[in-house]
Design a protein around this ligand. Structure first.
Ligand SMILES: Nc1nc2c(c(=O)[nH]1)N[C@H]1C(S)=C(S)[C@@H](COP(=O)(O)O)O[C@H]1N2
Ligand SMILES: [Mo]
Length: 190
């Protein structure tokens, strides 16, 4: 379902790149698949968890989406395979409207819970039909394409539902708490 890129797909202040830049705040963590886990937690700890085989047995979908980085590059029509976050949070009844995604390596980012539901977010493990490369967040990363790409945590390790919003790594040092590319919410005061 590839379609050609249109300028209407490009939020204000962005330019199109055909590269796939790597943007990592620290060293790239290496997580062997036999030690990998994805955990859903709340204030009282972990409520669901999958090892790699269990995660692979979930129903995955293929999606084609545009990526918008706050440093102004956008990459259009990227295709991913991933498990909808809806499936991971189904039957999880934790109190709270906020969520913190955390990564192997310590990166965190915060999002309203609703932004991960309704077919808007995935835990992706393939890019263009191949296993997700380590530098792009393999074995699996969060993919939330309607927000700036820093919300798409690479090397995803867990999703924690919270009653109070808690700023993540970039959000604490000046990036916007929500990060809507169409409203150019790049920094705190945007
Ligand atoms: N764990 C982790 N996830 C992360 C980052 C990071 O430094 N660590 N950088 C974010 C930023 S700022 C961007 S633009 C994208 C970059 O993803 P890419 O390297 O696959 O292009 O990952 C996001 N997710
Ligand atoms: Mo970014």
């Amino acid at each position: 379902m590839n379609r050609s890129a249109r300028y209407s797909d490009l939020p204000p202040g962005q330019y199109v790149t055909h590269e796939f830049p790597v943007f990592s705040a620290g060293p790239t963590p290496r997580v062997p698949l036999d030690q990998w886990r994805l955990e859903i937690s709340g204030a009282d700890g972990v409520v669901r968890s999958w090892n790699w085989d269990e995660f692979q047995s979930l129903d995955a979908v293929q999606i084609t989406v545009n990526l918008h980085c706050v440093t102004r590059w956008s990459k259009l029509d990227t295709t991913w395979t991933g498990v909808p976050v809806d499936a991971l949070l189904a039957d999880v009844n934790l109190p709270g409207d906020f969520l913190v995604a955390s990564s192997y390596g310590g990166y965190t980012t915060n999002l309203p819970l609703q932004d991960l539901l309704g077919g808007k977010a995935w835990v992706a493990f393939e890019y263009e039909d191949r296993p997700l490369a380590l530098e792009h967040g393999g074995p699996a990363r969060l993919l939330v394409p309607h927000l700036y790409f820093w919300k798409s945590a690479k090397w995803l390790r867990g999703l924690r539902v919270q009653e109070r919003d808690e700023l993540g790594f970039w959000e604490q040092i000046g990036y916007h708490e929500y990060g809507d590319p169409w409203r150019e919410q790049r920094h705190w005061d945007d």
